[in-house]
Ligand binder design. Structure first.
Ligand code: SF4
Length: 75
């Protein structure tokens, strides 16, 4: 059975993150903060349906520590 298509990958730059938590509020389905207020990405592959949520989390971060990389299309 084919897996649903994933279009992106959400990642956090832990060196840049200052633990404000806006990303968790914007996209609680995709990530959570651990006990040290560091975001843990719960969903590695972002589906087309989840992409707006991931982009909202990226926009919510005041220090631009989050990014969504678009998966490259298979050759
Ligand atoms: S909003 Fe940005 S700075 Fe705050 S916890 Fe999320 S990634 Fe870190």
């Amino acid at each position: 059975m084919e897996q649903p298509e994933k279009t992106g990958h959400l990642s956090v730059d832990r060196g840049r993150c200052e633990g404000y938590g806006m990303c968790e509020q914007a996209a609680p389905e995709l990530l959570h903060l651990d006990e040290d207020d560091v975001p843990v990405i719960d969903v590695a592959g972002i589906s087309p349906t989840q992409k707006p949520l991931a982009e909202a989390a990226v926009r919510a971060c005041p220090v631009a520590a989050l990014s969504v990389r678009t998966a490259s299309a298979p050759a």
